[in-house]
Ligand binder design. Structure first.
Ligand SMILES: Nc1ncnc2c1ncn2[C@@H]1O[C@H](COP(=O)(O)OP(=O)(O)OP(=O)(O)O)[C@@H](O)[C@H]1O
Ligand SMILES: [Mg+2]
Length: 394
């Protein structure tokens, strides 16, 4: 571990990919201090590089991919597994040197393949196996915007909920675990009821778990909204102020009632709903919560133009970074894939100026260098071509 100047940005200094998507082997060194800009043709490997970085924080990366899917197809490492299913991916890895406020760390993550239908992912920190992926979250956090998120406000509630929970996770490293514990209990409870289970003790234990974790998850989400609101309200004159709130039964109740009372109420409601659920009905709860976003002009995000929706997402991501800086002194690594698309020149240049002013390592991609001209001389430019990355002059 080496010393870390307080004004240095947290981020990646060295990145090594092995059999990750289109990359058979890649080693890249960057500086954490200025934005990293990757440009290249469609299919060159830009998003794959950002996705690799997104695996250095807990979760399934910016495409929410199955670990088995990111292994490089046609790699010489692809072999038959024990069950003789040919071409199952065997191994991929992403390794990096991370500069963090705690010092410099060597981290690595990868998948050994699929064994008995389970994808196994390993994490190593300074050469030692980590207890779980969540240890990565202690060293680095990341936020991202991808073209797939352009439909976030018009698409499925579950996508917005995942986006919300990822933002919460950056402040509360136990949030993902509690969300999973709630979801698993809900799934098991539902299955038992639909199979006709009448074991009240078993059902009650699951209802207790759901009530306890459900209220904790809802409270953490509310906390996030309260954290972001002052940064969103500040605005910067170019990006719209995003007004954010939650639509969720427990989240709404938390505005006026103590958590313990809500927990008891939810537990009783679950018990009362057993029959309805067993007959194919539904029960509302934190598994249905939605993130509501409005443009400052009073329009809900889904009714805003494509560029306005992108600008709202940018506002939220920037507020998140500022809130994280306020809390921990360092911003998350920002992975902005094709972020210039849909933004006019004024907003693009305003965004780059904001990014330069944030104490964050930023990775940007685009098909051409020209939209980034206001960053010439202030950023590190790389050409990406057929999964080969080389430094470019700009
Ligand atoms: N598991 C995999 N193994 C090998 N190649 C893959 C795998 N998954 C994706 N690819 C390929 O990697 C290539 C690069 O994809 P990537 O999304 O990084 O492109 P990109 O540079 O972001 O392009 P665009 O500008 O179109 O967004 C694509 O041709 C894709 O088909
Ligand atoms: Mg791409």
């Amino acid at each position: 571990m080496s010393g870390f100047g307080t004004n240095r940005k947290a981020g990646i200094c060295k990145l090594k990919l092995t059999n990750f998507r289109c990359y058979s082997s890649l080693a890249l060194e960057v500086d954490t201090e200025t934005p990293v800009i990757l440009t290249g043709n469609n299919g060159a490997g830009k998003t794959n590089m950002l996705e690799a970085i997104s695996f250095l924080v807990p979760g399934r990366g910016l495409r929410h991919a199955r670990f088995a899917d990111v292994a490089r197809h046609n790699s010489e490492l692809l072999t038959a597994n024990e069950n003789n299913i040919a071409h199952l991916p065997v191994r991929w890895a992403v390794a990096a040197t991370i500069s963090s406020p705690l010092g410099e760390f060597e981290v690595g993550t990868g998948c050994e393949g699929v064994k008995e239908g389970v994808e196994r992912r390993q994490v190593r920190i300074n050469g030692q196996p980590a207890k779980s992926q969540s240890d990565l979250g202690e060293l680095m956090s990341a936020v991202w915007l991808t073209p797939a998120m352009d439909r976030l406000f018009c698409g499925e509630v579950s996508q917005r909920r995942r986006f919300l929970d990822r933002l919460v996770q950056a402040f509360d490293s136990g949030h993902a675990g509690r969300t999973t514990a709630y979801a698993n209990a809900y799934k098991q409870w539902g299955r038992l009821l639909r199979e006709g289970c009448t074991d009240s003790g078993w059902l009650k234990a699951l209802e207790n778990t759901m009530a306890e974790y459900g209220v904790a998850v809802a409270a953490a989400r509310r906390e996030l909204i309260l954290r972001l609101q002052p940064f969103l309200a500040e605005g910067d004159g170019v990006f719209p102020r995003a007004e954010i709130s939650l639509d969720g039964e427990l989240e709404n109740l938390l505005a006026s009632e103590p958590a313990l009372k809500i927990e008891d109420g939810f537990r009783e409601k679950l018990e009362r709903s057993r029959g309805i659920f067993a007959d194919g009905g539904f029960v509302s709860g934190p598994h249905q919560t939605d993130l509501l976003v409005r443009h400052e002009k009073g329009m809900e995000a889904a009714l805003c133009s494509t560029g306005e929706q992108k600008a709202l997402l940018v506002s939220i991501i920037i507020a998140q970074s500022r809130a994280q800086i306020q809390q921990s002194g360092h911003a998350p690594v920002m992975l902005l894939d094709e972020v210039a698309a849909h933004l006019d020149k004024k907003r693009r240049d305003a965004l780059f100026a904001i990014l330069l002013g944030l104490n964050a390592q930023v990775w940007l991609t685009g098909t051409e260098p020209s939209p980034f001209e206001s960053l010439y001389g202030k950023a590190q430019f790389f050409d990406v071509e057929n999964a080969v990355v080389s430094a470019a002059v700009a």
